[in-house]
Write a protein that binds this ligand. Structure first.
Ligand SMILES: Cc1cc2nc3c(=O)[nH]c(=O)nc-3n(C[C@H](O)[C@H](O)[C@H](O)COP(=O)(O)OP(=O)(O)OC[C@H]3O[C@@H](n4cnc5c(N)ncnc54)[C@H](O)[C@@H]3O)c2cc1C
Length: 507
């Protein structure tokens, strides 16, 4: 096994790739441990239209949410990318950073995370097609582009939103936080997915200060007293211990980071004792506060003509609005799908055949339901019990019902003519609640399971150090205290950027 590292970063996804690159560029010797294979130059990863198929198979961890009656006992897979770049290599490539109100809520529990605090790191990460602006970065590692507006469904979404009274916005990451507009994507100028691995790691591969170990699983942390000094890994050459002279950064994502902490004895005393894991540090909140955006997959409609081949990721616009006018910020988000889109329960109920079917995905972005992750065994390969409690907060259900009504009216409006022909799923506005429960899935934004905060109960400090352990930080979606009303790749990239600053200042 190689040695001589200052830092070991576990996971090469949205957070891990950013923190590793920034530590490297500051002169540190960095090892990145990644359970999956390299994704660099892999055709199915780089082709945006193939993203949906990456959720099943070798590029994914294969996790599932534990069913509840609220979603009619259905199984919901919760995909997580397994490969260099993590979920940024398998996600839908939407780049949406959220609005100041999202970060004001972070700042309230973790001082130092207001929008003004976070904006420089967002800008540092971005190479926005429109160039440097007050709110946008023009020279960062990650390419962010806007799609063409020429697909008939894109046109219909823009005109339909306007017909419903929404402003048509220039840029969802610009100053106007509500309306309908072309989305931003992690797609480069040549039309390829731009993963965090391609953006942050590929340019420094070959540097003598960077070691990337793919197909290497972190099994647990190694400690000397109250300091994390390394990681036990299982790789192509067997099980070995890797050591770091300064510390270890957990960036294994919102499901695997709490697992690694618990396997290493950091978690709920009673839960660890039940599994025979020796308690190193009692931290009851590890694994708690699991959040995700419920996503309806999806409303399906018949168009008056065949849709033709998919463009980009098969979407193109974002529609961002409020379920109730009095809300302080938008809580609903919809995106088009240039083809049918359905969970298995909808396939069974509706006729979705034909090349003239299009869909609209609907998510509630100010979701309030909370859940938890539990280990089922001390075996690192065992399935996790992952319970997000989707729809347990009545506000989430009410907002989704309003959203379905809004979208059905929008598709029937003049803005969608002559593109729209008929409703398929749901067929009518009768019993939308059952449609919501039957189509509810994940927006893939699980987070919050090792939350940061100034409060004694929060496992991680606002500067991302694990409380009670020296030399151990978290730089992934786990630390998010409250899910922002946006997709999560951009916020986690920003967390990775800021983690490096904090670590360099505090280590
Ligand atoms: C199918 C899908 C679609 C999505 N669509 C969007 C979208 O369009 N826009 C958006 O903003 N967000 C989207 N997301 C969410 C977004 O991609 C994630 O929130 C974000 O990438 C999470 O970053 P992370 O660093 O926390 O974890 P990840 O990016 O998942 O990185 C974790 C890494 O750690 C590795 N790892 C885990 N455990 C171990 C271990 N024990 N040893 C070694 N390595 C380990 C994993 O293999 C992975 O590479 C989507 C996600 C998915 C899965």
């Amino acid at each position: 096994m190689p040695e001589g590292f200052d830092y070991i970063v576990i996971g090469s996804g949205s957070g891990g790739a950013a923190v590793a690159r920034r530590l490297h560029d500051a002169g540190a010797r960095v090892a990145v441990i990644e359970a999956g294979r390299s994704t660099l130059g892999v055709a199915e990863i780089e082709d945006p239209s193939q993203w949906f198929g990456l959720q099943s198979g070798a590029w994914d961890w294969g996790h599932h949410y534990t069913p509840t009656e609220r979603i009619l006992g259905r199984d919901i897979a919760i995909p997580r990318g397994k490969g260099l770049g993590g979920s940024s290599a398998t996600n839908a490539m939407m780049w949406y950073r959220g609005v100041p109100a999202d970060y004001a809520r972070w700042d309230a529990v973790a001082p130092g995370w207001s929008w003004e605090d976070c904006l420089p790191a967002f800008k540092a990460s971005e190479r926005w097609q429109g160039g440097e602006r007050a709110l946008r970065g023009g020279s960062g590692p990650l390419e962010i582009t806007r799609p063409d507006a020429d697909h008939p469904l894109t046109q219909a979404m823009l005109k339909g939103g306007a017909a419903m009274g929404l402003p048509v916005i220039e840029d969802p990451n610009g100053p106007e936080p509500l309306g309908v507009g072309l989305a931003n994507f992690n797609i480069d100028a040549a039309g390829r997915r731009h993963t965090s691995a391609a953006a942050y790691l590929a340019p420094i591969i070959g540097s003598e200060r960077l070691t990337v170990l793919t197909e290497t699983l972190a099994l647990g942390l190694i400690f000397e007293g109250d300091r994390a000094t390394g990681v036990q890994v299982s790789g192509p050459e067997g099980v070995a211990d890797l050591t770091a002279s300064i510390g270890v950064i957990l960036a294994a994502g919102a499901l695997e980071t709490p697992r690694l902490l618990m396997l290493s004895g950091i978690g709920s005393e009673a839960a660890l004792a039940r599994l025979g894991i020796a308690v190193r540090l009692k931290s009851e909140a590890v694994g708690q506060n699991l959040q995700d955006h419920p996503l309806l997959r999806a409303l399906n409609f018949r168009a008056s003509t065949p849709l033709g081949p998919m463009k980009g990721n098969g979407g193109g616009t974002l529609t961002i609005w409020k379920s109730k006018a009095e809300l302080p910020q938008a809580d609903l988000l919809a995106f088009p799908v240039q083809g049918r889109s359905a969970v298995p329960a909808l396939w069974e109920q509706y006729d979705l055949e034909g090349d003239d079917v299009f869909a609209i995905g609907l998510g509630v972005m100010r979701s309030h339901s909370r859940g938890e992750i539990r280990l089922t065994s001390a075996d690192p390969a065992a399935a996790l019990d992952i319970q997000p409690n989707l729809l347990s907060d009545p506000r989430d259900l009410t907002a989704l019902i309003q959203g379905v009504e809004f979208l059905m009216e929008m598709v029937g409006s003049d803005g969608f003519q002559p593109f729209f022909k008929d409703h398929i799923a749901p067929r009518s506005t009768d019993d939308i609640e059952t449609f919501v429960r039957r189509s509810c899935s994940t927006f893939f934004h699980c987070c919050g399971t090792v939350q940061m905060g100034a409060d004694d109960d929060a496992p991680v400090s606002p500067r991302l150090g694990v409380k009670g352990i020296r030399g151990l930080w978290v730089a992934d979606a786990s630390v998010i205290p409250e899910i922002p009303a946006c997709h999560t790749h951009a916020p986690v990239t920003m967390i990775g950027e800021r983690a490096a600053q904090f670590i360099l200042e505090d280590a």
